[in-house]
Design a protein around this ligand. Structure first.
Ligand SMILES: [Zn+2]
Length: 144
């Protein structure tokens, strides 16, 4: 993902391959955040399986074990980034804006240890975001 990528950069595969409902919600939120003087950047969006595999190998070498790496990086067949259903938003001011306002758009933080990682939970518009998991190893989607 090139530095400075926004949710409006259609020509970038990491944006173009995102789920269209997620992308629509992000664009609405980014437009409203801009009114508050907050700019959304996308540090990571859709990822190919090959790239996810590379990230996982790097994480195993960084954290020293597959168990510890799993707290940060999912396998390609489990990753919400590979399916186009997740974005990592920066800088921290944008993530903070989303943590306050994201539920109005169905945009929810999923993992306590990843305040930048957002996914679409449409029911959050009416009911608020579901409780966060401490980290991805607590997410049932990683096992089923
Ligand atoms: Zn993420």
């Amino acid at each position: 993902m090139p530095d400075g990528t926004t949710v409006f950069d259609d020509e970038i595969p990491g944006i173009a391959n995102l789920d269209s409902d997620l992308l629509g919600a992000l664009r609405q939120a980014a437009t409203d955040a801009a009114d508050d003087g907050v700019e959304f950047l996308v540090d990571s969006g859709w990822r190919s399986s090959a790239y996810q595999e590379q990230l996982l190998r790097q994480a195993v070498s960084k954290y020293g074990s597959e168990e510890e790496a799993a707290r940060w990086v999912a396998t390609p067949d489990r990753s919400a980034h590979v399916s186009g259903d997740a974005v990592d938003i920066g800088p921290s001011g944008a993530a903070a804006w989303l943590s306050e306002h994201g539920a109005e758009y169905g945009l929810c933080q999923i993992y306590r240890n990843e305040p930048w990682h957002y996914e679409l939970r449409s029911e959050a518009v009416d009911h608020g975001c579901p409780p966060v998991y401490a980290d991805p190893t607590h997410d049932p989607r990683m096992y089923h």
